[in-house]
Design a protein around this ligand. Structure first.
Ligand code: 8ID
Ligand code: ZN
Length: 349
């Protein structure tokens, strides 16, 4: 039976941390499902939401979280394509209108009416979470719900970003912020796609992790005296990476990428540091034919494909599991840049 109340992590007011408390279990609307969340990944986006980093208004009070893996326990009368008992993932895109030009052309993240889990609607840092039936991802039953959780945002996002980069098998991708949540998954997806990988991050713990995930070279931004040269030297022919996947949470690497990317190469901005700007020399961008673009989560098909890579055993990324009650500690470590890989929260029983 579905209880009336549940445990959740709630951001009550701007300027505060999260509070672990009991709140009512929500009821799904006609086109929605209720998912009994078993595990939820913690994305840096959730920390941006707590801090109010972005020029995008959030719901308050707010239950954060958007990497929720669990089991469908109730559904509305118009909810199709997913059944009670199915394993399901609740992603950043909680819902979209499905009828605007962006939705019709499978760019649902660009829908002006998109609902965002853990931002404009309550997310997955609670035992029972609601999402539009059209947008939850089905998870095959043989897939572990703790390990798949980070795929639901980090995995989908980097998989989409790699596709948007246009990098072809055999080419080289630089992953900037490679030791974090998105970066660790980006290495595994890049490896599965047959790309050479140059990982960029700081510290020896992240170095060891990157080397175990498939990076052929690691450039430590805290130690390198000439990062541009070091990244170029780390590519097989010394000409720089064909693509750069930017998942760091600071501005400087967004300025550096145009200096080391290969001519004709593509820079994909994914990380969302507060108040940051992209800046590149016009002359080099023109005469070296550099592409600079953004990439924002993925559509429903990207989600299913990213899960399918995982289900086929191609994606193995490190994560640590702690109880939902410890979210505040995870945010502290994340703020200090001390997390190698991802933290996953386990819901109480
Ligand atoms: O759809 C999207 N575009 C999307 C989806 C999901 C997340 C965007 N994001 C954004 C998040 O909001 C966040 O801004 O991607 C960013 C990364 O999220 P994350 O992977 O969850 O963050 P993390 O685990 O804290 O990893 C960040 C890594 O960047 C490194 C840190 O050491 C850390 O490992 N880093 C930093 I900070 N500065 C660096 C630098 N100068 C750097 N790595 C290399 N060079
Ligand atoms: Zn995320």
């Amino acid at each position: 039976a579905i209880p009336k109340t549940q445990w959740a992590q709630v951001l009550e007011r701007h300027g505060e941390g999260v509070t672990y408390k009991q709140i009512p279990v929500p009821e799904p609307g006609p086109d929605e499902v209720l998912v009994n969340i078993k595990y939820s990944g913690v994305c840096h986006t959730d920390l941006h939401a707590v801090k109010g980093d972005w020029p995008l208004e959030r719901k308050l009070p707010l239950v954060g979280g958007h990497e929720g893996a669990g089991i469908v326990v109730a559904k509305g009368s118009l909810a199709t394509g997913i059944e009670i008992g199915d394993h399901a993932g609740v992603k950043w895109l909680n819902g979209s209108c499905l009828s605007c030009e962006f939705c019709r052309k499978s760019d649902e993240p660009l829908c002006a009416k998109a609902l965002l889990s853990g931002y404009t609607v309550d997310g997955t840092f609670q035992q029972y979470s609601i999402a539009k039936a059209a947008h939850v991802s089905k998870i095959p039953k043989h897939v572990a719900l703790d390990a798949i959780a980070p795929v639901l945002c980090a995995g989908v996002t980097v998989y989409k970003g790699l596709k948007e980069s246009g990098a072809r098998p055999g080419e080289t991708v630089a992953i900037v912020g490679a030791g974090g949540g998105l970066g660790s998954l980006a290495q595994q997806y890049a490896k599965a796609m047959g790309l050479h990988i140059v990982a960029i991050d700081g510290g020896d713990e992240k170095k060891a992790m990157c080397e175990s995930l498939g990076a052929e070279a690691y450039v430590d931004f805290t130690k390198s005296k000439d990062l541009v040269k070091d990244v170029q030297k780390a590519t097989p022919d010394g000409l720089g990476p064909h693509a750069v996947i930017l998942v760091a949470v600071s501005e400087l690497p967004f300025q550096q990428a145009a200096d080391y990317v290969r001519s004709r190469g593509t820079i994909v901005a994914i990380g969302l540091p507060a108040n940051a700007f992209l800046k590149a020399p016009v002359f080099n961008t023109v005469v070296r034919m550099i592409t600079i673009k953004g990439s924002y989560v993925g559509n429903r098909q990207d989600g299913d494909e990213a899960i399918d890579f995982f289900a086929r055993g191609l994606i193995k990324s490190p994560f640590k599991t702690v109880p939902l009650s410890e979210l505040g500690k995870v945010y502290e470590l994340m703020e200090q840049g001390k997390i190698a890989g991802r933290y996953v929260l386990e819901m109480p029983n």
